[in-house]
Design a protein. Structure first.
Length: 326
């Protein structure tokens, strides 16, 4: 099969190569997916480009990308043959594994290939494993948010776009931060009640106005490094920030003690089996019912995968997709 591969870290055009590799066979409990679309996430780009350039990759040969979608064409022992022909999306395809979805075929455990409803395009399927499940976890990890006020940072981002929708569908009031009029339109289209342009407005003053001075119950955080110092001004007492992106962040712990602020770091790759099962079921229902909008960005062929990675590095407004030949 044809696959994009790398053996060392570095710039996309230097290290990504399209080669022929053996088609994988599913082992016990596995399914093999004929990949139609492969999603490029920032984590994929960081893993490939991790400094210093020229450092050996985490495996002798890596096929990148954890997210993808396609059709199961073979199953291993212990998996019902009835799954053959099923439309699915992938979860954790390249997390702690060498071979991800940037290839014509990918093998994953059966539980990591959830059903993709017939009304959902494969391009959308390649946006679910990391962006949608991260967002659902961030919003719903403590249960319903109906009646709460949530601040979703960076409302035009892939995770934030879904987080706004999940929070609104559950009955929350959503405030989101953005940095341009174009991003404001995207966040409003997703359902945000209020947008705050942090480049032209004072975040603290605006959120005080919007909440009647109370603050927000929860923050969904993409950049702890940039925003941690604002939490004492934005959160209610006993409020929580759910953090899926941090950077190299100094944490001002003494500032959080008087307000009993909770910082909860999450990583979608390490969901428990119960969490993953529950979230996948909820997501399937929402997808089947047509309840969600999807922020799709540019699409590239497998031969142009280096361009796809560069587009993500440049800051794509929408999920970047690599399409595999059908």
């Amino acid at each position: 099969m044809r696959a994009a591969t790398f053996t060392h870290t570095g710039p996309a055009r230097d290290v990504l190569h399209i080669i022929d590799v053996p088609t994988p066979e599913p082992g016990p409990g596995d399914v093999r997916v004929r990949i139609a679309t492969s999603g490029v996430n920032p984590s994929d780009v960081r893993r490939r480009g991790a400094p210093p350039a020229g450092k050996p990759a985490e495996f002798p040969l890596v096929i990148p990308h954890s997210d993808g979608a396609g059709v199961i064409d073979a199953v291993g022992p212990g998996v019902p043959a009835s799954r053959i022909g099923e439309r699915v999306y992938t979860i954790n395809a390249q997390y702690r594994r060498a071979f991800g979805t940037a290839a014509e075929f990918c093998v994953v455990p059966s539980a990591f290939a959830p059903h993709l409803p017939d009304n959902v395009d494969f391009a959308v399927g390649a946006c679910l494993g990391i962006p949608a499940l991260t967002a659902y976890h961030a919003v719903m990890l403590d249960g319903p948010v109906k009646g709460q006020t949530l601040l979703v940072q960076g409302g035009a981002g892939a995770v934030a776009h879904y987080a706004i929708q999940f929070a609104k569908l559950d009955g929350a009031t959503v405030i989101t931060t953005i940095s341009s009029d174009e991003k404001a339109k995207r966040a409003k289209a997703a359902g945000a009640d209020h947008v705050v342009n942090y480049r032209t407005e004072d975040r603290k003053t605006r959120i005080e106005e919007l909440t009647g001075g109370k603050g927000v119950d929860r923050i969904i955080e993409v950049d702890l490094r940039a925003n941690a110092m604002t939490y004492p001004d934005l959160l209610v007492d006993h409020g929580k920030s759910v953090i899926y992106g941090s950077g190299s962040a100094p944490i001002p712990i003494p500032s959080f003690i008087p307000t009993s602020t909770t910082l909860q770091f999450i990583l979608v790759y390490t969901l428990t089996d119960a969490q993953r099962t529950n979230y996948v079921a909820a997501l399937e229902w929402l997808l089947s019912a047509g309840k969600l909008q999807h922020a799709l960005g540019e699409r590239f062929s497998l031969d142009r995968i280096a361009e796809a990675h560069e587009r993500v590095e440049a800051g794509s407004l929408g999920n970047v997709i690599v399409e595999l030949p059908g």
